[in-house]
Write a protein that binds this ligand. Structure first.
Ligand SMILES: [Zn+2]
Length: 210
């Protein structure tokens, strides 16, 4: 009788602890399991291929946000000074916003970038926001498009208050105006193709939706 009771108790406690494990896991599932998995995959968006595509054609309002609404381009990507990003300007203290859903992988002072935030997105891109007077996010935090990232400032190597914004693939910056129409503050509706060339360089092309 005692053995049976002990057995039952043991089973009950095992079931219970399994339940709490499942509960702990499902808390994370509630956050958005597919997003966690996809952002993990975005560490290497090429996987075993030399190309990946992002279909921006059907992106809904919930899937993207312009990083600094109302901004003017102060200094574009590239040019003579090999500018690694796009400088966007509104007013000091304005809020910069997450471009796509994703995870904060860096938040803090970062050399000439000053107070800098890097997000890794499920679509395979990373976005970088810098010169903030203050960062509003922590590493590991999950952001939705439009969530506050930081406050426009001039920390690091900056001559005036602005957002230095970068779009990246695996840490390599490319011209953000390939995916954002900065004049309109809009996402370009296209199928965006990133190809890894034999020499390791990246090629960016756009296709019309099929
Ligand atoms: Zn800049």
């Amino acid at each position: 009788m005692n053995r049976v009771l002990l057995c039952l108790l043991l089973q009950w406690s095992m079931v219970n602890s399994q339940c709490s494990m499942i509960r702990a896991q499902s808390d994370r599932v509630d956050i958005d399991e597919w997003q966690v998995m996809k952002v993990e995959a975005a560490k290497d968006p090429f996987a075993n291929r030399n190309q990946f595509t992002i279909n921006f054609v059907n992106y809904t309002k919930e899937e993207w946000h312009y990083p600094l609404p109302g901004a003017k381009v102060n200094s574009p990507f590239g040019g003579e000074r090999h500018h690694g990003g796009t400088d966007l300007k509104t007013f000091a203290g304005d809020t910069t916003r997450a471009a796509f859903p994703g995870e904060v992988i860096l938040s803090g002072p970062f050399y000439a970038y000053g107070n800098c935030v890097i997000l890794r997105h499920a679509n395979g891109l990373e976005t970088l926001y810098s010169h903030h007077s203050r960062n509003l996010v922590k590493v590991g935090q999950w952001l939705q498009p439009g969530d506050p990232v930081g406050l426009e400032g001039r920390t690091g190597r900056a001559t005036g208050d602005h957002l230095h914004f970068e779009t990246r693939v695996k840490g390599k910056a490319f011209d953000s105006s390939r995916i954002f129409d900065h004049e309109k503050g809009e996402l370009r509706r296209q199928v965006f193709v990133v190809t890894k060339l034999k020499n390791g360089n990246l090629k960016f092309t756009a296709e019309k939706a099929k």
